[in-house]
Ligand binder design. Sequence first.
Ligand SMILES: [Zn+2]
Length: 396
Amino acid sequence: MPTPPAAPIADRIRALLAGLVSFDTVSDRSNLPLIAYIEDYLAAFGIPGQRIVDETGQKASLWVTIGPHDKPGIVLSGHTDVVPVEGQAWTHNPFEMVERDGKLYGRGTTDMKGFVATCLAMVPEMQRASLAVPIHLAISYDEEIGCVGVRPMLDMLSRAPVKPLGCFVGEPTSMELAIGHKGKHGVRATFKGFACHSSIAPHGVNAVEHAATLIAEISRRAARMASEGARDMLYDIPHTTLLTSIVHGGTALNIVPDSCTIEFEARGLGISESKAVTDAIVGFARDTIEPAMQKANPACGIEFEEILEYPALDMPADDTWVTLAKKLSGRNRHCKVAFGTEAGLFVSMAGIPAVVIGPGSIEQAHKADEYVELSELLKCADFVERVIAHCAQPIS
Ligand SMILES: [Zn+2]
């Protein structure tokens, strides 16, 4: 188990992060051993956690309350899953934390076990502060595959008698305050054509070519959004983006292909814009491409399925939660980040205001030799310290 609470904060964070990294919690694996590790740690302080187990029984979120249970509190939120390491050139075992030159290396150190370790390391301080406003830890799973695992917990919170005041999602922003991120909607389209020998091509229905018509339309719409779509200059790419990322089709040069699958996604500025954009593309395919396929052969057509979706985060800059976040983080400015997080879901599913602020850089996430600087985790500990001080003040 981690070092005792009397140890310096850096040592406690190191020990906890080494513990968290040692669990291989790639999204397709169980996170229950890691959850049990956190539960054991909290149990040493007499703090119980509430598990929300998924339908497979192999994964769980953990909801923890420190302080009063009947008052609205502040949520510190992080996911426990990590992206795969296969095919990456790691110079050491990714699931064994290594420290070198002030950097802590290992899968998930920056995205985002470093944040979770820091919050856990501050639990003794939270307990000592006799909090008037509770602090909650919201620890989730399956974030990396489309922010899936946090949803049952948010469903629970949306029905809870006392709703939290707001949430800090600790994804890596180098402790900058992010008040927005784009949403995402991904769709798979399967074109069912009619095969025949290529020497009599006009008798077939070419699934690849019909898919190509849709790909060209997606590309046209993407260009239109870039040139005349809505803009938000707080983003590096200030407009909604759209692209086809996967195409599979055809079996031989001399066969008219009867099947083609494409996958496309939109990343939109507005809360539900991504889905509106992909819905319009599906509508275009239904109205123009599918009738042409069915005219040639009524058995042909296109099937669509949703791959993933999460809403954008779009907090007003003058929201009281943003103002508090600025006060606690000691920053006057705010930004918006290109990557998706669970923050948009806290707002849209549970009505809990949320911002993103966490240690480390997204530049190091998802890569070989992922690392987080210890100094970033210490900055995060300072932030949590100020959250604790805020929550320890008597409610006026
Ligand atoms: Zn993450």
